[in-house]
Design a protein around this ligand. Structure first.
Ligand code: ADP
Length: 488
């Protein structure tokens, strides 16, 4: 494909066939020919025929053409008229006008048979775009055939005389007047055609220019998109490295604190034990946070693969409840479990599913004040309309602070928190729900939330009894939508 910018229609010379609607133009020519009984041919500058309507001369010319000499002379003559110079040379001369006005450039070209043609160059806005040929006609003053015809071996004047009667006889000045009239009509058609062609071409050019601009914008956008993706990948890999590097020393801090608290390095007084336990607790919180960051960065990098196997979901629920029990008790929040009596076996990634339940429960406990209630419910396997198949639900409900309706979608984005102020009451990094959503969707399921401010929230994970793919790739969660900066 050429990379050269396309020349505008305004900069180039238009051809006759671009400006004329050829079939309707031919109809106009036919009308003229039938009215004036003189043939008309129109050629463009490259010699291509736009119209060629003959009348009356067919038999006579056919007779001349039947002699070898006649054929040769005729062919030479046609060449002269069609491609020869539009000047008073090569047998052409100025027409006899008898006071008639004629378009400029008109010349008369007498044929070797004694018939005559008028030739007119088509000039338009200073360019020569082709030629019009009028004829042949029989000059009014012609009495007999010229020698150039009669000297053809075998030619019979009588036969020719009878045939030439069908050709229109007219004074040259009359034919010039008809030609002039035809040219006026022709110019009008040309002007209208030019206008139409320019309008449509300019419209196309404008559309193409707009398309080009859109294409350029798309290219810029996709470049920016790739750059953003690259930055996002760098961020994920940075987070993964940093969290990994933090985890190792933190595990040692927790381990050594535990040993100190248990008196393995010698006895400590109660105050010392309390301090060391605080170090352990804070260390555990930090470790959880770092693990979440590591998880999300691995999810974002597309590195998390779920491994499905038949599992016991009741056990997943009860073990998650057990791990949250100390926190709930400490806060004065009641933890409840509701599981169906019948044991359903389902296929899932046990550890990831447990993490889903733990994250939901941890949030529920965190956002529920003292005296509140948190419950984890497991339903039996039944048809789930949302999944168009069999599945089960894990519902985590609390009587806590609730979530505003307009935040339901956003809370699943990574690093998003309803209260993101530095003075916020609850800890966390805004990753728990993003992980929940990615893992549940990795199972072919979905998460729903309903909530009422100051009354509580309910998170429902709807999961298929068997995930659609046995080995699923976990897709990354959405990134938070950046806030519009304030403008003055
Ligand atoms: P984190 O809890 O670490 O802040 P999450 O991704 O788990 O991050 O949750 C995102 C946000 O959703 C929380 O900051 C909180 O504003 C809101 N949220 C989640 N669970 C609850 C809940 N049970 N009750 C009230 N708000 C909640």
């Amino acid at each position: 494909m050429s990379t050269q910018p396309r020349e505008s229609v305004l900069q180039r010379r238009l051809s006759l066939s671009e400006m004329l609607d050829v079939s309707s133009f031919q109809e106009v020519v036919r009308g003229f020919v039938e009215l004036y009984r003189i043939g008309i041919k129109v050629f463009d500058e490259r010699g291509a025929k736009l119209a060629d309507i003959k009348i009356g001369n067919g038999d006579f010319c056919g007779y001349v053409f039947s002699f070898p000499d006649g054929r040769q002379r005729c062919t030479k003559w046609v060449q002269r008229v069609k491609d020869g110079p539009m000047a008073q040379s090569h047998g052409a001369r100025l027409p006899v006008l008898d006071g008639e006005r004629a378009p400029s450039g008109l010349v008369t070209a007498p044929c070797f048979t004694g018939l005559r043609y008028l030739l007119l160059p088509i000039s338009f806005e200073g360019d020569t775009l082709g030629r019009i040929i009028f004829g042949p006609f029989l000059p009014e003053e012609m009495k007999g055939f010229p020698d150039t015809l009669t000297d053809i071996a075998g030619f019979e004047v009588g036969t020719a005389q009878a045939l030439v009667e069908k050709v229109r006889r007219a004074p040259e000045s009359t034919v010039a007047r008809v030609m002039s009239h035809f040219f006026q009509v022709f110019e009008t058609l040309l002007l209208a055609g030019q206008k139409m062609y320019l309008t449509s071409q300019l419209h196309i050019e404008a559309t193409l220019a707009q398309n080009k601009e859109l294409e350029a914008r798309n290219t810029r956008l996709s470049e920016m998109n790739s750059r953003l993706k690259e930055l996002d990948r760098l961020k994920s890999s940075f987070l993964a490295t940093v969290s990994h590097e933090l985890r190792t020393p933190l595990t040692s801090i927790i381990g050594y604190s535990e040993m100190l608290a248990e008196g393995l390095a010698g006895p400590m007084n109660q105050e010392q034990v309390d301090y060391v336990r605080t170090i352990m607790d804070k260390g555990e919180t930090l470790l959880k946070l770092i693990s979440s960051i590591l998880d999300i960065s691995q999810i974002e990098a597309g590195k998390v693969r779920l491994t499905f196997e038949p599992i016991d979901v009741q056990e997943v629920i009860s073990s998650s409840i057990s791990s949250l029990k100390p926190q709930a008790t400490k806060k004065g929040v009641v933890l409840e479990t509701k599981v169906p009596p019948k044991l359903d076996r389902v296929v899932a990634d046990r550890d990831r599913l447990r993490q889903v339940v733990v994250n939901l429960l941890a949030n529920a406990v965190k956002f529920t004040p003292k005296g509140g209630k948190v419950s984890a419910t497991l339903t039996s396997v039944e048809h789930q309309a949302e999944l168009s198949g069999d599945g089960y639900r894990i519902i985590v409900e609390d009587s806590g602070v609730g979530i505003p309706k307009d935040q339901f979608d956003r809370i699943f984005q990574s690093f998003y928190q309803v209260d993101s102020s530095s003075t916020r009451e609850y800890g966390g990094a805004g990753l728990g729900l993003a992980i929940v959503k990615s893992f549940v969707e990795g199972h072919g399921g979905l998460v729903r939330v309903t909530s009422e401010l100051n009354k509580g929230s309910r998170f429902i994970a709807i999961l298929p009894v068997i995930p659609p793919t046995q080995m699923a790739n976990v897709s990354p969660p959405q990134l938070p939508i950046p806030e519009e900066p304030d403008r003055f």
